[in-house]
Design a protein around this ligand. Structure first.
Ligand SMILES: [Zn+2]
Length: 408
């Protein structure tokens, strides 16, 4: 074969191989689709919990309402074992509630997935314009209540899932009592819990999913830049299968809903940051745009007296719970972090990946192909950028899609 023939063949192969992959990426994961009929988490039940929590009154750290909430939570989930993790806080006591399934599983030796929410509600509605209103406590239906309601409903069905790993649920205290000028003053309960995990517990707690402000009737889930990247990568395919990404092929056809926006990135300080800080991969599922047409802080019910149960929707709660449940039933959360662990071949991360000379020679072939593949992908990306730039000239510019927001 002369030179030009080989060149044409190589180009054809390079174009063909990634194309089949790109085509596969356009389809929802078949395993996820097969699991959709099994999803059980019930939005109405979670929503009823939100109303119950708000009815208890403000769940301030150390309050009677907080104690009643934790007691009720234990009574409602008798299949789980519970411990209370207490610490001093602002002259009083904060309490994290820790639930484990199977009951009394040894978290120093058993792999576990974590699930959590903050149960405290903010002491001051300081985004109210009127000074008197701003001194009153936030009802905390969405900001606090929604995450707890969803976690509770997932706890109801987890025992019947027959998972291959343990689940640890934490209701965090004192997430929402911080000051806006001090990022470190938020997420106090989770900070104490995470900082007191032993090395063994950290290594066996494979992943942690945090739910916060997920009940807004106008549900919008952005990409949270403070999420663990590897675990975060599991969200997109799950959201696609469930039909939460506009324009992507879902299990039921091309989706028109625009709920999860992977291209919108926002930095959020929340309990998940405390877990990531100690080496537990953690993600926050949160809708920081609370209220109709909310963008960032504007037109929002966040930290106001408007954060009431009527603003929370059973549908929104169910949507987010199904995302978490699908990841549990399919193993997607654990697979995401375990795949990373396999590559590094050790608990302490990348520095352990030191192939010997022989292993390096064995890798040379596949790596060569990998490099060729990436050259193609980069070339394709370059063409796409040019195409997108050309297309953008044909339509009006959209609003700014990236901003930074520090508290939740
Ligand atoms: Zn808050």
């Amino acid at each position: 074969m002369h030179l030009r023939g080989r060149f044409v063949l190589m180009c054809a192969l390079m174009l063909l191989a990634p194309w089949t992959h790109a085509h596969a990426e356009g389809q929802p994961d078949a395993q996820y689709c097969s699991l959709l009929p099994a999803l059980e988490a019930d939005g109405e039940r979670a929503n009823a919990s939100v109303a119950w929590q708000v009815g208890l009154g403000p769940r301030l750290p150390g309050s009677n309402a907080s104690a009643v909430l934790l007691d009720g939570f234990e009574e409602n989930h008798s299949a789980w074992s519970f411990t209370r993790d207490t610490h001093t806080y602002a002259g009083g006591t904060l309490t994290n509630l820790v639930a484990v399934y199977p009951p009394n599983a040894d978290l120093t030796t058993t792999d576990a997935l974590g699930l959590g929410a903050h149960y405290d509600s903010r002491e001051f509605a300081d985004f109210e314009e009127n000074a008197t209103n701003a001194s009153l406590p936030v009802p905390g239906a969405n900001d606090g209540g929604s995450g707890v309601g969803a976690v509770g409903e997932l706890m109801r069905i987890i025992p019947s899932m027959n998972l291959e790993h343990a689940v640890v649920v934490v209701l965090f205290d004192a997430e929402d009592q911080g000051t806006y000028t001090d990022k470190e003053s938020w997420a106090e309960g989770s900070r104490r819990w995470a900082d007191n995990l032993t090395e063994e517990e950290v290594s066996h707690l494979k992943a942690f999913i945090l739910l916060d402000m997920i009940g807004d009737a106008d549900l919008n889930l952005a990409n949270i830049s403070s999420n663990d990247e590897t675990l975060n990568d599991a969200i997109g395919p799950l959201a696609q299968a469930l039909g939460l990404i506009e324009g992507r092929e879902a299990c039921t056809g091309v989706e028109v809903r625009d709920i999860y926006q992977p291209g919108t990135s926002v930095d959020i300080m929340d309990d998940h940051v405390r877990l990531n800080n100690v080496g537990v991969p953690a993600v926050d599922l949160i809708d920081h745009r609370y209220g109709p047409n909310a963008t960032g802080f504007a037109n929002s019910y966040w930290h106001t007296l408007e954060d009431t149960p009527d603003k929370v929707s059973a549908d929104a709660l169910e949507t987010v719970m199904h995302l978490v449940e699908l990841g549990l039933r399919s193993g997607a959360w654990m697979d995401a972090v375990n795949a990373e662990g396999d590559l590094n071949d050790g608990p302490s991360g990348e520095e352990d990946f030191q192939p010997t000379l022989d292993e390096a020679r064995d890798l040379a072939g596949p790596i060569g192909w990998l490099v060729l593949g990436w050259i193609f992908v980069l070339g394709l990306a370059g063409c796409s950028v040019v195409a997108i730039l050309a297309l953008r000239k044909l339509r009006p510019p959209s609003a700014a899609r990236t901003w930074s927001w520090d508290e939740a």
